[in-house]
Structures are given as structure tokens and as C-alpha cells.
Write a protein that binds this ligand. Structure first.
Ligand SMILES: Nc1ncnc2c1ncn2[C@@H]1O[C@H](COP(=O)(O)OP(=O)(O)OP(=O)(O)O)[C@@H](O)[C@H]1O
Length: 238
């Protein structure tokens, strides 16, 4: 376990959509530079963890800390201000902006003015195809390229931690492999990753430890090593 600074910590979190009680005492911590996978079957509440941090699901009990900051009233901009960027499920590329404008939006809407390694030229080094298509509308890209854009946009905020919500969903295996390489490069730059993922091969390649959810809480956790695949699969098989 990393002895670094805590970037994100949930303790006993209960969260709701309206009257629907989704997170039931959720605990989770990601420290500086860590690569953590959050796994579990469809519908167990993985996206709701992200939505609760962003204020899109209602936090009713428990606590969330973003670094040293106690997040009592979650809001999207507060996560960004405290160094957490999100690559949302479904990518959410802005339709009437070009690739480059989408990237610039990442720096602007994260709002914290954080400086760091990631600039438009650095994103283009990571994803040369985005430079080739810089002036194309973001939504005219292929699914894999849109996911690269969503990752690039999140990096533009120079986050300490990036939350990746099923980034490889619906993508061809060759693109999944490319993204795996990229996530490792991003982590090597010092950015911590929380990877929500159904592809356990990718989890094996990227994560150093995993947390498995069922029914809105953590039911297992451990280190990822060469023998982990069967154990990981148990938590995602239907
Ligand atoms: N806006 C909403 N209103 C009410 N219930 C919702 C809403 N969004 C999700 N849910 C329900 O909350 C539960 C958890 O959903 P969530 O999206 O967090 O699961 P998940 O583990 O991320 O699954 P998936 O892999 O399918 O994205 C599911 O039962 C889902 O139907």
C-alpha cells in the first residue's frame, strides 16, 4: 500500500438517486500516484461513486475527503478544484467544438488553474491522431478517438487523480490495448488512476490493486498480481 498522501477517501458513504438508496456504506481510498481498479457487476454502483463525488447523486451519510478538504456539499467544480478530473462513462464530447477546443475546455472548466506537465502539445504527443484531427468537430471522431479526446481533456486539468469510468466500453481490442499503454504512461507521469472497468485484462495491465463492489459497498480488495485474473473475474461475472 502506498504511504503517500490521500487524494480521495470515502468512509461509510450512503448515496441516493431520489428515494433509491444505491451506496450502502461505501469505503474507498486512493493515494498519490496509485493505480486502483474499481470493479463489480453492472449496476452495483460504480458510476454512482463518481456521481456522488461530483454531486450528481445525493450524499446522505458518511464522509468524502478530497485530499485535506472535507467535501460536505459535493459539486462538480469542487472535485476539479481539488485535483480530481473525470473521464465520464459515454465520454461526453462537446458536439459543436473542435478537438482542440474540447481540450482547451478541459483546462478551462476544471477551473483551478493548476499548472503541470499536460498542455495541448503534450496531449498531442500522447495521441498524435488528435493533432491530425485538431480542427475536426469532436463528435466526428471514431469511438476510440473520442475516448482519447476525453482522456486528453481530463489531463488538461493537470489532475492529481483521474477517475476513468469504463473507458474501454464498446471499443475494439486494438484500441483497448493502446489505451492501456496510455494509462500506464499517464500513471508514470505521477497521476493517480481510479479505473472503473469490466475488462479484467486491462485491469491486470494497469492497476496495482483492486476494490470489488457488490450492492453499493466494497466486498473484496487486494493487490493485482500475475495470479489475480480468476479472482478478479469472480467479481464481474454475471
Ligand atoms: N439517475 C438514476 N436514478 C435512479 N436510479 C439510478 C440512476 N442512475 C443509476 N441508477 C441505478 O443505480 C444503480 C447503480 O448504478 P450505477 O450506474 O452506479 O452502476 P454501475 O456499477 O456503474 O453499473 P454499469 O456498469 O452498468 O455502469 C443501478 O441499479 C441503476 O439502475
Amino acid at each position: 500500500m502506498s504511504s503517500g498522501k490521500s487524494l480521495l477517501r470515502l468512509d461509510g458513504v450512503h448515496a441516493y438517486y431520489g428515494a433509491a438508496h444505491i451506496l450502502h456504506g461505501m469505503n474507498l481510498e486512493v493515494k498519490e500516484g496509485e493505480r486502483v481498479a474499481l470493479i463489480g457487476r453492472n449496476g452495483v454502483g460504480k458510476t454512482t461513486v463518481v456521481n456522488t463525488i461530483l454531486g450528481l447523486a445525493t450524499l446522505k451519510a458518511g464522509s468524502i475527503r478530497l485530499g485535506d478538504y472535507a467535501l460536505t456539499q459535493p459539486r462538480t467544480y469542487l472535485a476539479a478544484q481539488h485535483g480530481i478530473a473525470v473521464v465520464p462513462q459515454g465520454r461526453r464530447i462537446v458536439a459543436n467544438l473542435t478537438v482542440e477546443e474540447n481540450l482547451q475546455l478541459g483546462a478551462a472548466t476544471m477551473g483551478s488553474g493548476r499548472k503541470g506537465h499536460w498542455t495541448v502539445p503534450e496531449i498531442y504527443k500522447l495521441f498524435p491522431i488528435l493533432q491530425e484531427r485538431a480542427h475536426t468537430p469532436g463528435t466526428a471522431l471514431s469511438g476510440g478517438q473520442q475516448q482519447m479526446l476525453a482522456v486528453g481533456r481530463a489531463l488538461m486539468a493537470n489532475p492529481a487523480l483521474i477517475l476513468l469510468d469504463e473507458p474501454t466500453e464498446g471499443l475494439a481490442p486494438v484500441i483497448v490495448d493502446q489505451l492501456g499503454v496510455i494509462f500506464n504512461q499517464v500513471a508514470a507521469q505521477g497521476t493517480a488512476l481510479l479505473l472503473i472497468e469490466q475488462n479484467m485484462t486491462l485491469v491486470m495491465r494497469v492497476a496495482e490493486r483492486y476494490c470489488a463492489m457488490a450492492k453499493g459497498a466494497i466486498v473484496a480488495k487486494g493487490r493485482v498480481h500475475e495470479e489475480s485474473l480468476d479472482e478478479l473475474h469472480k467479481h464481474v461475472m454475471v
